[in-house]
Ligand binder design. Sequence first.
Ligand SMILES: [Zn+2]
Length: 64
Amino acid sequence: MGAVPKKKVSKARSSRRKAVWMRLDKPNLVECPHCRELMVPHHICRNCGYYRGVAYLEVEEGEA
Ligand SMILES: [Zn+2]
């Protein structure tokens, strides 16, 4: 934590900083067009192994 006493920081200020943290913490994800799972954009989907309609990884499909 910072060196600023807690009482001196307004609620709005602290919450705003928290919001920035959240944004930095989570990478933006997109929905995989192939399996609809959340994936890192411009990367091979970890769930189905597809990227831009091409299967780069061999993933066993088929959910029980
Ligand atoms: Zn996928």
